[in-house]
Design a protein around this ligand. Sequence first.
Ligand code: SF4
Length: 181
Amino acid sequence: MLPEGESVLVHICCAPDASYGIPAMSKRFRVSGFFFNPNIWPGQEHDRRLQATRQLQDALPFVLTVVGGGEEEWEQATRGMEDEPERGRRCEACIRMRLARTAREAKSINIPAFSTVLTVSPKKDAAMVNRAGREEGEKAGVFFLEADMKKNDGFLKSVETAKRFGIYRQNYCGCRYSLRP
Ligand code: SF4
């Protein structure tokens, strides 16, 4: 159990999910955002989602750390799983490496807990995300704040908020495999 008011480093996968997730978590914790998404393909799309996240940062506002690179690590983590369906083993490996990086960042800057807004999306299995976060948090020595942010109409609220701020909403998860018809 994390005491209210504690600092949490929250992994941001995209601005629409963060538009609900960051304010929701900020009601109970001191939240800062962490953008690390080497899964997003192509590079222009990565930059577009980052730009949308910066637009949200200005509108809310919140502290945001951006870390680039990691593409080769992502390729290694997901190799041999190219044909897996969404929510399958490839997605777990992809989410796990991004959460592991978030956990290490939190540890290095003395933030005691980390989390993610990934579970705002109805396409993300909250049980899998939370299990990966717990395990990566244990390895790094940082508490993982579990959530299922699609509950209480979280996804619907993210759609409304992103629309209100005029924020770009992507139509595929992120990697080149999720672009397949
Ligand atoms: S579909 Fe999304 S979560 Fe799954 S591997 Fe691709 S980018 Fe990662």
